[in-house]
Design a protein around this ligand. Sequence first.
Ligand code: ADP
Ligand code: MG
Length: 257
Amino acid sequence: MAETAQAIEVRDLYKRFGPLEVLKGVSLTAKQGDVIALIGGSGSGKSTFLRCINMLELPTAGQVTIHGESIEMKSDGHGGLMPSNRKQIQRIRTKLGMVFQSFNLWQHMTVLQNVIEVPVHVLGQPRDKAIEVAEALLRRVGLYEKRDAYPSFLSGGQQQRAAIARALAIQPLVMLFDEPTSALDPELVGEVLSVIGDLAREKRTMILVTHEMKFARQVASHVVYLHGGVIEEQGPPEAIFENPQSERLKKFISSIH
Ligand code: ADP
Ligand code: MG
């Protein structure tokens, strides 16, 4: 694998759900260390875009390349694509750490069990090694003392920090965040943004879907504004937030502030 490989390269991605065309040719490249903030109104296709990157949704057309490895797709015979190699999809998923709006922790497992599950049962890491890594990650996100608690006993902010530790435990090449603070009570947003901010400062490659514009302005290296399934405008955060060109983006930014 070339040293210069982009972390993520998405080319001309289309996704339709029946008659509804949600993504209409989206291309985006994330280099290592990039923090890409993906912004846009509700229904603009942000979640679908992230989900197509890790193949939780199959694109209708287009190409996704993760660290130089293109995901091989073939026609499904109905105008869509399907993976031609399921093992490859599984392997690529282990390079992507996904954090969802609704945390999605496994409720029947403790915090620690949540964090070691994939490393032990999917990646085949020795349990004691996985626990060591997990405990270090839980310390980082301020949850070490909650390692034996079940998710339902945690606040939303704690659950989301546990979900971030779980995503980090696979040592992903890229972190994908889908509105990680949107489900949180306002007083819990800061503790989660602080963890994500630390990751951004460490230059961890990430694509972050967020409505937290002030935060995006601070941490993003590049901002992409999606509208109606196409990239309407993109650029460095200063340009996007202080000098937006499109009328729609201007309206969007002022509606959120
Ligand atoms: P965003 O995250 O920007 O709010 P989404 O990607 O979730 O937008 O959704 C974009 C559009 O696609 C919406 O109109 C939504 O209803 C539709 N959509 C998303 N997922 C599905 C699905 N699985 N089946 C049908 N329509 C969907
Ligand atoms: Mg969404």
